[in-house]
Design a protein around this ligand. Structure first.
Ligand code: HEC
Length: 135
């Protein structure tokens, strides 16, 4: 009887029916994500206050208010997004990294996009981990 219940629990997990927050975005691997971040590193620092590489620092960027790094000169379309959306939720980040132009047409972020959903999930897990480390 016990075994049966366990199996149906796994089935529910596999179907994703029991945890609305635990989508693919929530299940990334931060260690692999650090490697994925190399694609961002040419423009973004992960250290607080460092934005000398062309993009704003991505320190504590998950759930951070959009276009909120003091002293960084955001594009008009990015500032416009900050009036429509409050924060870089994991979901919005995921969509932005997939195709920056599609989410913020005219953005200064000239990054063609990351197509691999698993790689994006890893990357977001890494950005989250970095937040936790630094608290
Ligand atoms: C070629 C340089 C470049 C690369 C590569 C790049 N970015 Fe950016 N990024 C920018 C610039 C420039 C902005 C500011 C965009 C604007 O103001 O329109 C930005 C903005 C952002 C923002 C918004 C930050 C805020 O404070 O609102 C996020 C999040 C972001 N980038 C994530 C990433 C991630 C994750 C990667 C790697 C997958 C990446 N970027 C790769 C240049 C880059």
């Amino acid at each position: 009887m016990k075994r049966r219940r366990a199996a149906s629990t796994w089935l529910a997990l596999a179907l994703g029916g029991c945890a609305p927050m635990a989508g693919p975005v929530a299940s990334g691997d931060p260690v692999r994500g650090e490697r994925a971040f190399l694609k961002c590193y040419s423009c973004h620092s992960i250290e607080p206050g460092e934005h000398g590489y062309g993009g704003p620092s991505l320190y504590e960027s998950v759930d951070r208010p959009i276009a909120s790094v003091a002293g960084f000169d955001y594009s008009a379309p990015m500032r416009a997004l900050s009036e429509r959306e409050m924060r870089w939720s994991a979901d919005l980040l995921d969509r932005f990294i997939t195709d920056p132009e599609a989410v913020v047409p005219g953005t200064d972020m000239t990054f063609t996009g990351m197509e691999d959903a698993a790689e994006r999930a890893d990357l977001i897990a890494y950005l989250r981990e970095n937040d936790r480390d630094s608290r």
